[in-house]
Write a protein that binds this ligand. Structure first.
Ligand SMILES: N[C@@H](CCC(=O)N[C@@H](CS)C(=O)NCC(=O)O)C(=O)O
Length: 210
C-alpha cells in the first residue's frame, strides 16, 4: 500500500492519486507515514520536508517528497502501463510540459487564485476576491495554455494519458469550477471534453468526488 501524506483536495495529492489509480496501485491518503501520525507543520513534518509541504509518500521503506519525483518514482516502480512517452524527443517534450504544469500553471491557477478558498486572506476570513480578480489575467493565460495544448489532442502528449495529464487534470478541473466574475473557463472550452476523457479512465472520477 502506498501511503500518501496530505489532504485529498490538494491538486498535487490528486496528481499522485491519479498516478496510483491509472497504474492500478492501491494507496491511502492521510496524515501518516510508515504508519506513524505526523501532524501537518509539526517538527516531524519539517524534518521530512524542509518547507512542510505535501504530498509526501512512504513506500517500501522510502519516504519521498516532491510531486513530480513521486509520480516518476511510481511510474518507474510499476513499469506496466508506462505513463511517460518513449523516445528522447517525446520524453523531453513531456518533461517540458510537466515542468510548466508544476511552475507557471500551478502558481497561477492554485497559488494566486484558488488558494483563497483554502487559506483566505480577505476580510472576516473570507476569500480575497479583489486579489483573485487582480490575478485573473494571469490565471486566464494559464487556462489558455492548457486549452491550446489539448485542442487537437486527446491528452497532453497525444493519444495516451501520461504524467503530464496527472499534473494538469486537477488544475484544469479546479479551473472549471469557478462561476460569475471569477469564472475561468468558457462553456465551449476544449477543457470539458478533455476532463471527460480523463474521468472515463477506471477509478478516476472518484478522486474528483464524482
Ligand atoms: N514543490 C512541492 C510543492 C508542494 C506544495 O506546495 N503543496 C501544497 C499543497 S498542494 C502545500 O503543502 N501547502 C501547504 C502549505 O503551503 O503550508 C511539490 O511539488 O510537491
Amino acid at each position: 500500500m502506498i501511503e500518501v501524506y496530505g489532504m485529498p483536495h490538494s491538486n498535487l495529492v490528486r496528481s499522485v492519486a491519479l498516478t496510483c489509480t491509472v497504474k492500478q496501485q492501491p494507496y491511502q491518503i492521510g496524515w501518516t507515514l510508515n504508519g506513524e501520525e505526523i501532524p501537518f507543520r509539526s517538527e516531524a513534518h519539517a524534518a521530512i520536508h524542509p518547507y512542510s509541504k505535501f504530498p509526501i509518500i512512504h513506500h517500501e521503506g522510502m519516504t519521498l517528497t516532491e510531486t513530480l519525483a513521486i509520480c516518476r518514482y511510481l511510474d518507474a516502480r510499476f513499469p506496466e502501463n508506462p505513463l511517460q512517452p518513449e523516445g528522447l524527443q517525446a520524453q523531453a517534450e513531456h518533461d517540458a510540459w510537466c515542468s510548466r504544469a508544476m511552475t507557471q500553471l500551478d502558481q497561477a491557477i492554485i497559488r494566486s487564485y484558488l488558494i483563497e478558498y483554502v487559506v483566505p486572506t480577505g476580510p472576516e476570513g473570507k476569500p480575497n476576491v479583489a486579489r483573485m480578480l487582480e490575478n485573473k489575467p494571469l490565471v486566464l493565460k494559464a487556462v489558455s495554455v492548457i486549452e491550446d495544448r489539448i485542442r487537437d489532442r486527446d491528452f497532453i502528449c497525444g493519444d495516451q494519458f501520461t504524467l503530464a495529464d496527472a499534473l494538469t487534470t486537477p488544475l484544469a478541473h479546479y479551473a472549471t469550477m469557478q462561476k460569475g466574475d471569477l469564472k475561468l473557463v468558457e462553456d465551449d472550452s476544449p477543457i470539458f471534453a478533455y476532463l471527460d476523457r480523463v474521468f472515463a479512465l477506471p477509478g478516476v472520477k472518484e478522486i474528483f468526488g464524482k
